[in-house]
Design a protein around this ligand. Structure first.
Ligand code: SF4
Ligand code: SF4
Length: 479
């Protein structure tokens, strides 16, 4: 990976407005603010669309289901509410599979299309895009923004800067609130917030998210992608020479050179790149893609839009910068998508994990039962000659209300009777495991084997479809 470099250009191109700000364009080390130009185009439209999916982050927590928040990571009660499902720590394996799905999706997409996630979906990219859009609305185009930054402080500069930072702060606060309400009841949170009644933890969380958003999106911007993001570092191992990514067609573009209105270009001595710097000026990370693949490229495709519009204007074919694999640009054979074994491996793992989550969700009963037979002694012979086994029942109630359950057993020994050390039906508290002891007693003459299979069942008294079963055994003396 080469470092971003500075290029100079003082020419202007016919009707195309060119800024000369690249003359002051610093290497992308964070010492100067990048004010990227916005140009319309296909990838810019796609980017607006994908980034707008983040609106769900702001509104999703207000969704109600059955009178409660539909989606909530309820940390204080150690449960995740997903519509009418409550996922408790016992089902945390599903969350692990969910994370595996997200990771494999990211790996598969990266192996096919490089850092496309960064360019179109990443929250840092999306928030920076929003913040710089606001900056552009208040301070003007990139050239005007550079001039304003360099200008001495006066009333106009103060008004513009204060307005921008106030709006940034407002968005940062809204982001902080929106992040917090996924962890507790959204409406209760707003009530506490407006009555200045937030707890210390809530206040710290809000302040942390607010300052984090304000600092990362407003000030650090592309520097986060360059120096802080771990994904930028590891994505290189997932991509190969078949991975498609924004690439400059060197054979077609070089030797680059300026053109002037009315002056014919000798295509034998000059390539298609007219060195207009539009691709650099639209780049949100300050990359000059013509210098090859770089760590700073977030694969957003905005330089493709810029270059295509230039090609249209000078009557050359589009695609001087295009999504292409390095093999394609080198003239090597290009493999089809299904010929990438690594991608298939990612997809296979993803599908296996997805199957696990679907299985878990469809088998996620409201009750969960575990039965531990007494080991020492395995059985007790009673004074009347009957045999009695003792079992410890653990009933996990995953619903959000207390339930009463009855206990029964299938199989086992003929004529067996069940007795509880408690009152039946047993009350099982919501969101936790309730433990009690059951005894199974049989007449010795009915016992045919020393180990007999039986199945216990606990069932909600009000809703028999809500039940849980557990396979166990009845132990008796050797026959
Ligand atoms: S080089 Fe092109 S694709 Fe890469 S970040 Fe810059 S504008 Fe986006
Ligand atoms: S690659 Fe395209 S946009 Fe970039 S300088 Fe050359 S002609 Fe201009």
């Amino acid at each position: 990976m080469s470092e971003p470099v500075q290029k100079n250009n003082t020419e202007s191109l016919g009707a195309t407005t060119l800024y000369n700000e690249h003359q002051e364009w610093a290497t992308n080390l964070g010492d100067k603010t990048i004010h990227a130009k916005r140009m319309p185009g296909f990838f810019r439209t796609v980017k607006y669309f994908t980034e707008s999916l983040w609106l769900l982050f702001f509104v999703g927590a207000y969704l109600r289901w059955d009178g409660k928040q539909a989606l909530m990571l309820d940390v204080s009660h150690r449960q995740f509410r997903f519509f009418n499902l409550t996922i408790l720590p016992q089902d945390i394996w599903m969350v692990s599979l969910l994370l595996l799905i997200l990771a494999m999706t990211l790996f598969a997409v990266t192996s096919v299309a490089s850092r496309v996630f960064c360019g179109y979906f990443c929250f840092q990219t999306a928030w920076v895009d929003l913040f710089t859009w606001i900056e552009g609305k208040i301070e003007g185009n990139p050239s005007q923004r550079h001039k304003l930054d360099a200008a001495p402080w006066n009333a106009d500069k103060i008004i513009k800067k204060v307005a921008k930072h106030l709006i940034w702060l407002l968005i940062a606060i809204l982001t902080g609130i929106s992040a917090t309400i996924w962890f507790e009841d959204a409406y209760q949170y707003w009530h506490d917030l407006t009555h200045f009644n937030l707890s210390l933890l809530e206040t710290v969380t809000l302040v942390t998210f607010t300052l984090g958003t304000y600092g990362l999106a407003g000030f650090m911007r592309e520097q986060v992608c360059l120096w802080l993001c771990p994904y930028a570092r590891i994505q290189a191992v997932m991509a190969d020479s078949q991975t498609i990514l924004p690439a400059y067609d060197v054979k077609r573009g070089e030797p680059r050179g300026k053109i002037r209105r009315g002056v014919a270009v000798d295509s034998n001595t000059q390539g298609d790149c007219i060195d207009c710097f539009q691709c650099v000026q639209v780049c949100p990370t300050g990359v000059d893609i013509r210098e090859g693949q770089q760590l700073g490229c977030i694969t957003c495709g905005l330089c493709l839009d810029a270059c295509d519009s230039i090609m249209d204007k000078i009557g050359r074919p589009r695609g001087l910068i295009r999504y292409a694999s390095l093999d394609e640009l080198d003239g090597k054979p290009v493999k089809k998508l299904y010929q990438h074994p690594r991608t298939w491996l990612y997809v296979a793992i993803l599908l296996a994990a997805l199957g696990g989550v679907i299985y878990g969700l469809t088998h996620l009963g409201a009750l969960k039962l575990r039965v531990d037979p007494e080991r020492q002694p395995l059985f007790v012979r009673m004074s009347d000659g009957s045999i009695q086994d003792k079992y410890t029942f653990k009933v996990l109630n995953k619903t959000d209300k207390d339930l009463r359950v009855n206990v029964s057993a299938e199989g086992g020994v003929k004529g067996q009777t069940l007795r509880c050390d408690c009152e039946l039906p047993k009350l099982v508290a919501h969101g936790k495991s309730t433990t009690f002891t059951m005894f199974v007693r049989v007449d010795d003459k009915n016992v045919l084997k020393d180990v007999t299979k039986l199945q216990f069942r606990v069932e909600n008294t009000e809703d028999p479809t809500m039940f849980a079963e557990y396979n166990s055994v009845f132990n008796a003396p050797k026959r």
